[in-house]
Structure formats: C-alpha cells, structure tokens
Ligand binder design. Structure first.
Ligand code: SF4
Length: 161
C-alpha cells in the first residue's frame, strides 16, 4: 500500500504519559502501523520532523505559554483533523493546577510566568483551537485510542469499513 495516514504527535504542557502509552503500544503494533502510518512529526521517535500537510495531529497536554499557543494554531492550520489526547489536552487538568492557586502563591510564581512568557491561564486545547475529537484518560485510555485510530483509518480510506 503506497498511501499512508500522515500523522503528527505533539506534546505541550504535561507529563507525556500518553506518549509513553503510545510507545508501549508499538511493541505490539509496530509492523501493522509501519504499513499504515507515516509519522511526519513525532519528536520522541525521530529527529527530522515536518508538521506540514498532516491528515491527523494528535495533541497531548495543555497550553500554558504564548509559544505553545502559536504552535498549536500552526498545527491546526496544517492538519485535517486535530485530536486531543489525554485529560490535560481535553480538559486542561491536571496540568492547569496553577489556575487555582491562591493570590499569594500566584504572586510568588509571577516572575516565572513573566520570564517564560506564560499565559494568564493554562488552557485546554479547545479554548485555543478547534478540536475535532477527544481521547480522554490520564493517561489516555489505550483501548479507546486503538478503536479511534481504526475509525480514522476507515474515514481516510486506508482500511475498508
Ligand atoms: S492527562 Fe495525565 S497522563 Fe496525560 S499528560 Fe496530563 S497528567 Fe500526564
């Protein structure tokens, strides 16, 4: 099969455990995915990455600073489908804990927020860009992820429905 699903995998503010779940899944799925998925952008897997013209962008983590905000908007412009991976991407939590700090704690961390150009709030992806689908869990539920991936492969005509 020549055509493969052009995939990007991105991590923002989070612990990256859903990435680890994905890597673990490769122990079982590598040979199947090798013929179906073209990992155009996946920094955990490879050094040379290209985020242009993706079929699907899987995005893990919440958006906490201006650079992340710009990058996720750029990802949105470069993919047909954007899928939020894990609770931090879907809901903001638990990566958004500083949103709920009391006033004195907020004042204590303000210099860090200023230095690294953090946003006032840590946000779930859908507050920043249009999200087409959500795969929740902390980390993501692997069975649900696999069933969604099957669905996307059918949607993009790479396996028969
Ligand atoms: S949803 Fe949970 S596992 Fe995933 S990045 Fe956030 S804290 Fe980590």
């Amino acid at each position: 099969m020549s055509r493969k699903l052009r995939v990007g995998w991105f991590s923002f503010t989070c612990c990256e455990d859903s990435t680890m779940v994905f890597i673990e899944l490769m122990n079982e799925k590598f040979f199947e995915w090798r013929d179906l998925l073209d990992f155009r952008y996946f920094r955990t897997l490879k050094g040379r990455n290209d985020m242009t013209d993706l079929d699907i962008a899987f995005v893990e983590g919440a958006i906490s600073n201006k650079k992340e905000e710009e990058t996720v908007k750029k990802i949105r412009q470069n993919c047909k489908k954007l899928v939020a991976i894990g609770s931090c991407a879907c809901t903001g939590a638990p990566a958004n804990q500083r949103n709920f700090f009391d006033q004195s704690t907020k004042e204590e961390i303000q210099f860090i927020l200023d230095r690294f150009e953090h946003r006032e709030k840590v946000s779930q992806l859908s507050d920043v860009v249009k999200v087409d689908d959500f795969i929740s869990g902390c980390p993501m539920d692997e069975k649900f992820f696999l069933s969604k991936l099957d669905q996307y492969l059918k949607e993009f005509g790479l396996v028969h429905a």
